[in-house]
Design a protein around this ligand. Sequence first.
Ligand SMILES: *Cc1c(COP(=O)(O)O)cnc(C)c1O
Length: 347
Amino acid sequence: MSGWPDWIDAPTRAGDLVAGLIGAAPGEVVVCDSTTVNLFKLVGAALDARGGGALVTDRDNFPTDRYVLEGIAAQRGLQLRQFDGEPDPATLPCGRGDVVVLSHVAYRTGTLADLAGLQAAARERGATLIWDLSHSAGAVPVDLNGAGAELAVGCTYKYLNAGSGAPAYLYVASALHANLRSPIWGWFGQREQFAMERPYDPEPSIRRFLAGTPPILGLAAVEEGARLTAQAGIAALQAKAIALTELIVALHDAWLAPLGFALAGPRDPGLRGSHVSLRHADAWQITCALIERAQVVPDFRGPDSVRLGVAPLYTRHADVWDAMDRLRGLVARGEHAGIDPAPARVT
Ligand SMILES: *Cc1c(COP(=O)(O)O)cnc(C)c1O
């Protein structure tokens, strides 16, 4: 029995499941490639359809987003405008024809951006806004259609739990399908893919943003991750994320602040994703000590943050308590002091 009659629709089948988690309609999301490649495709498609103004993002945006924009700016001879501070609808520095890339939840501090407000600001100024939802899907509610969002990308291996290297997704509002075309012309985006002798003529649907053969094993994991997330329900998951991150903040204030820690992100849980960053002068050594000696796995995020991500589907309050207790103990005993301060290859 052949798998392909079933597998051929896996990118859109998984896409429809992800769509339900981010406020998109069926047929507006497809799962494929990495977030990086999907962002490259959408920025290119927007520039080709709408003419090239400047590229705009915030200096603190996730590195791959900034690199993709730097590369496209160099290839097309466009200006890349990077602004300081958190994105604010009142001051978003964009104009007609510009393409703006913003993260909904900031990867470093966990700060939640005003998606609807920023979308309205971009629309008013005639700019195209592309959202990166990598730290949002499965952790906080996202209403792309409700905000009138046009384009988005995101990964599936954070709060959607599809595992390292599982393919990412991209969203294109259905009204834009006819006008936007991927800059990568591949056979999986071709209308009647198996009528092979014809020149390129993309599918009218979201499938036009596919490029090559999809990773079937990873797609199966995305389908299951998205299904489990939908079953739990985004409202319940956000409530759990808030309870867990509030516990981190409370224990930080009680136990860690006296040891030289400071909260890097927002205090208001309504302005937070599902992770908390704690600043400390010895953040790198503390991160290593937590992994090596306490079986707690945070991320180090430069220059000075220990980032604690909690996956609301399976992280328990007791896990948070234990992690914070071990963190307090090892810093109080100075156990991190013996760790080599030279950064490692993966942080
Ligand atoms: C994790 C993450 C990515 C991942 O990009 P890949 O190309 O899928 O590795 C991209 N953007 C943001 C904001 C992220 O947090």
